[in-house]
Design a binder for this molecule. Structure first.
Ligand code: CO
Length: 171
């Protein structure tokens, strides 16, 4: 696919905005999903992408986790259980990773690209990805959840300045 959109970096105001629900499951949505899939697969190790990260304020996410490649339109967490802490990063915050506590289990209701309502249950990595990407649809970044400054530079594993990054992010 030609001319894939760039992933917007932290500091872009669109990353702090709320996305709108999809109401038409048409060619425009399919093109958006196709482009998001191409961006996710453009580099190895990309786990998820939310539409606002490419400047589109729509409630659309794609995920590549231990349940394979998933497209979720208008996703909502309808069940959650337990808590688990682990490290995560974000394509909009290259160079950083941080420790975030999230729900261990989630059940998410969403629509397919054809507009069929369905659900997915997830634990571990996929559960974390779902929560991270759904946060993007509400203008929330993982750095908003980090406690005790547990944000690190991924080159040297040294602590990074969380307050400064939050300020840059528009928080
Ligand atoms: Co992210």
């Amino acid at each position: 696919m030609p001319n894939l959109r760039d992933i917007l970096p932290v500091g872009s105001s669109v990353l702090r905005e709320e996305s709108e629900e999809i109401t038409a499951f048409d060619g425009e949505l399919h093109s958006l999903l196709d482009e998001m899939g191409s961006i996710l697969y453009a580099e190895e190790g990309r786990a998820g992408l939310a539409a606002p990260q490419i400047g589109i304020l729509k409630r659309v996410i794609v995920i590549n986790g231990d349940q394979g490649y998933l497209e979720l339109v208008n996703p909502t967490i309808i069940e959650k259980k337990g808590f688990i802490s682990d490290y995560e990063g974000c394509l909009s915050l290259p160079g950083y990773y941080g420790e975030v506590t999230r729900f261990d289990f989630v059940k998410v209701e969403y629509f397919t690209r054809e507009g069929k309502k369905t659900t997915i249950k997830a634990r571990d990595f996929t559960s974390r990805c779902l929560q991270h990407e759904i946060d993007h649809l509400n203008g929330i970044l993982y750095i908003d959840h980090i406690r005790k400054g547990r944000l690190f530079n991924d080159r040297n594993d040294k602590k990074s300045d969380l307050k400064e990054l939050l300020k840059l992010s528009g928080k």
